[in-house]
Design a protein around this ligand. Structure first.
Ligand code: 26W
Length: 817
């Protein structure tokens, strides 16, 4: 076995060549002469995957032998993107792979681009889960990610006549070469039916239907590839493919019905990250993957332990938002109904094992299921939740007389009626965390105020982070090379070491090279913009970037309104000393979110007018890059000069794009929201452009009332901009197209766009002046890169490990040894 292992290990380009040819022949079934790009890609992925297997097995063996505590990250979304380049870089194989492919006559970069971008997530929450997988492997924490193997990930966006159109994303069609199917790992997932109480008083669930969850594993390597964890995704399978009785009666289609229903559960990722759908399928998806994951981890625990009561010493389960919150009831059910524990003991173990991360305070995104739906899909769980709620209510009644008991209940008995999943997750967890300092504070002041008073010190903040491997070292080679040459490569495994570059901000020669790296990235993006949307932009202009999901609270509208104001100003005085800008937008709107889709159209209509106006020239260009995803982010972020983080204060829980952009040497223009607050603290107030209402201002306005009409009437520029948009200046073929937007802002400006407009414009003009001073601008961008090392996902994971999971992590020094 050892001999086989050694022959597969890559030492040089010759080894790579041999392995690729072998994979082409014996795994893909092609000879090199007749291989197309997909074949080369498959062969390369399979060859690289081989390199992970020994470390992967060693990691598993170590966890068993040393009886290490394991971490399970349950998430409905893992927005991992492409894996090939990062894995090659993590393993230190880039040079030999490149050389081998060149010698074989294949194009390395083209092969990298042909890998499908696994879009098993909507946005920030899913991407955070992917960064955390990278960091848990880098830190050598024995961990599993558990999720759903969606056949169709987030839809592909195309732009037709300025409007968003959605097409299905079928990333699995070309085959997912990273994964290992595990046909032997299958679990029964029951649904529906009823609960019967036996004469002895034992509750027995008789489900109406049982389907299967089948495991597919993807190995996840960390920095230097020493430790490899598993992302285990579940696919829905029918218990039996065909109903033979029906089939024999000639009812061919209905004989397949149950099979189709089972496969539907892992068919599609819900594309809406704002409004909870309340759909039967969504609830089934949540229970499906949560139950499979819990059954799987209990089986693993029991294979080497016989005392179930020690579970919390060896297992930590993190719930990524409330999507897997049914875990509270499902773990109880497994412990009580399958393993014979009492409800009391089961509840204690459940709470000590689970913890919950909240990612949003927006009331419409807080999950709540009607009792009717919940009871029909998960009747046993509803009983268990009622039991938990009774215990919880007793605690509440004993603790505080002043509390409104109706508000703290998990099962809402008021007219709304329903199961509050946030409450369930909170009550069933020993720790509940927000994703930035501000967000954790707001959790205590708003949605979880009562629960916080009942269970003080359960809430904590763990500020998000991003992996420096993907989001600097791999996506920004020019800057990474410069950093490595200047301060060495410790920062890749210990991002706070990047601070060592700060003194070079004062070094003119270094600044020149830092600018050159940025320029190279900008030129690459210029070419992409030209080829994808046919707009010519200059790499010398400021690249002003807003890339994120389309949402009213993120205020892409404020950004495009500023563009309109600037457009008019330039037209009025073309000869003035304008700072040339390219405004770049990217982001998907949920298919049912009409306002967000209308804002995309507005951006494109304004872009059409501005980009074709000969008076404007290079002074202002507007670009909407379609189908924003992880891979496009990897090309846009290194090229950005200005990072737009302009959400209504109090509404963006953290943000993570803000961290990636600052790390890559962009300055931020932003509100004091989410992690912007902490970014400001670290880079220094003079190296960031903060404007607008604070979260406290917003909260006060919500109480006292805010009159946008008066603000509009008092601001000539704002009035001109809104009149133009509302009267069809940008949509002459349909003058009323944007009426709804202007009406919203005039009568019910819920996101305070008009309130922040003047301050935003002021700050943008300061940005213009600052950009003109090339040396000082570069100095400040270097300080941003140098000072955001704390926003590494490695630091975030250390915080989770210490404050929530109670597992050990190695020091930064050990990582770099
Ligand atoms: C009910 C459907 C649904 C689905 C997803 C509702 C809400 C969500 C997520 C909470 C949306 C999300 O991605 N939130 C983002 O999480 C990031 C990681 O913590 C934060 O950085 C962002 O600020 C937050 O918006």
């Amino acid at each position: 076995a050892t001999a086989v292992t050694l022959s597969r290990r890559i030492e040089d380009a010759e080894d790579v060549k041999r392995l690729i040819i072998e994979k082409l022949k014996y795994a893909v079934g092609k000879d090199p002469e007749h291989s197309v790009r997909q074949d080369w890609s498959a062969a390369l992925i399979l060859a690289v995957r081989d390199q992970l297997v020994d470390h992967w097995m060693a990691s598993t063996r170590r966890a068993y032998e040393q009886d290490q505590k394991r971490v399970y990250y349950l998430s409905m979304e893992f927005l991992i993107g492409r894996l090939l380049k990062d894995t090659i870089i993590n393993l230190g194989l880039e040079a030999p792979v490149r050389e081998a492919l060149t010698e074989l006559g294949a194009d390395y970069d083209e092969i990298l681009r042909s890998e499908p971008d696994a879009a098993l997530g909507n946005g920030g929450l899913g991407r955070l889960a992917a960064c955390f997988l990278d960091s848990m492997s880098t830190l050598g924490i024995p961990a599993h990610g558990y999720g759903i193997r969606y056949e169709n990930g987030l839809f592909r966006q195309s732009i037709h006549d300025g409007w968003q159109a959605e097409e299905p994303e079928d990333w699995l069609v070309t085959g997912h070469n990273w994964e290992f199917e595990r046909p032997e790992v299958i679990y029964n997932i029951p649904f529906g039916g009823e609960v019967i109480t036996t004469p002895e008083g034992k509750a027995v669930w008789h489900p109406a239907e049982v389907m299967l969850a089948a495991a597919y594993d993807t190995p996840i390597a960390g920095w230097r590839g020493r430790h490899v964890n598993t992302l285990r995704l579940w696919a829905g399978k029918p218990a039996k493919r065909v109903d033979l009785d029906r089939f024999n009666r000639g009812e061919y289609l209905s004989a397949m019905e149950a099979a189709v229903r089972a496969e539907t559960v892992s068919r599609i990722l819900y594309p809406d990250d704002t409004t909870e759908e309340g759909k039967n399928l969504r609830l089934r998806q949540e229970f499906f993957f949560t139950s499979a994951s819990l059954q799987d981890l209990l089986r693993r625990y029991l294979s080497s332990h016989d005392d179930i009561s020690k579970l919390p010493e060896k297992v930590a389960i993190q719930l990524n938002d409330t999507h897997p919150a049914i875990a509270v009831a499902e773990l109880m059910r497994l412990l009580v109904d399958t393993h014979g524990l009492s409800m009391e003991v089961a509840f204690q173990l459940t709470r000590e094992t689970l913890s919950y991360t909240n990612h949003t305070l927006m009331p419409e995104a807080l999950e709540r299921w009607s009792l009717q739906l919940f009871g029909s899909v998960l009747p046993r769980h509803l009983d268990i939740i009622r039991w938990i709620d009774e215990q919880h209510l007793r605690t509440a009644a004993a603790a505080k007389r002043t509390l409104d008991l109706e508000r703290v209940r998990i099962v809402d008995h008021t007219n709304g009626q329903g199961v509050r999943m946030g409450h369930l997750a909170f009550v069933g967890s020993h720790r509940v965390n927000g994703v930035s300092a501000l967000h954790a504070d707001l959790m205590k002041q708003t949605v979880f105020q009562d629960l916080d008073s009942l269970y003080p010190s359960r809430i904590l903040g763990v500020t998000n982070g991003v992996t420096p491997r993907r989001w600097l070292h791999s996506c920004n080679k020019p800057l990474s090379d410069l950093l490595i040459e200047t301060i060495g490569e410790d920062w890749i495994g210990d991002l706070e070491a990047i601070e060592a570059v700060a003194p070079y901000a004062e070094d003119a020669a270094f600044r020149e090279r830092f600018r050159a790296a940025k320029h190279e990235n900008k030129c690459r993006l210029v070419a992409e913009i030209q080829s994808r949307v046919g707009i010519h932009v200059s790499p010398d202009a400021m690249f002003d970037v807003q890339i994120k999901r389309m949402h009213e609270y993120k205020r892409q509208l404020l950004n495009i309104m500023e563009a309109v104001a600037q457009y008019f100003a330039i037209r009025n005085d073309p000869a003035a000393d304008w700072t040339p800008r390219v405004k770049i937008f990217g982001g998907k709107a949920a298919p049912g979110y009409e306002m967000a889709k209308l804002i995309i159209k507005l951006i494109n209509d304004v872009a059409r007018a501005v980009n074709s106006d000969p008076v404007i020239g290079d002074r202002l260009k507007i670009v909407f890059l379609p189908n924003y995803n992880v891979s496009t982010a990897e090309r846009i972020i290194p090229a950005a000069d200005l990072s737009e983080q302009i959400s209504t204060a109090g509404m963006e829980a953290s943000g993570t794009g803000n961290m990636k952009l600052a790390l890559n040497g962009a300055l931020t223009i932003g509100t004091l929201d989410g992690a912007n607050v902490e970014i400001c603290d670290r880079v220094g107030r003079e190296n960031i452009h903060i404007f607008g209402l604070t979260a406290e201002d917003v909260a006060n306005y919500r109480i006292s009332g805010y009159d946008s009409r008066a603000v509009i009437d008092g601001n000539e520029t704002l009035k001109t901009v809104l009149d133009a948009i509302g009267s069809g200046v940008f949509s002459p073929e349909d003058p009323n197209r944007f009426r709804a937007i202007v009406d919203r802002l005039s009568y019910d400006d819920y996101f305070f766009v008009t309130a922040d407009f003047a301050a935003y414009l002021d700050e943008q003009r300061k940005v213009d002046r600052a950009f003109m001073d090339k040396e000082d601008w570069t100095r400040r961008t270097i300080l941003n890169t140098a000072r955001v090392g704390w926003f590494s996902a490695d630091r975030a994971i250390r915080d989770y490990a210490r404050e929530i999971w109670n597992v050990e992590t190695p020091s930064a020094k050990e990582i770099n040894q």
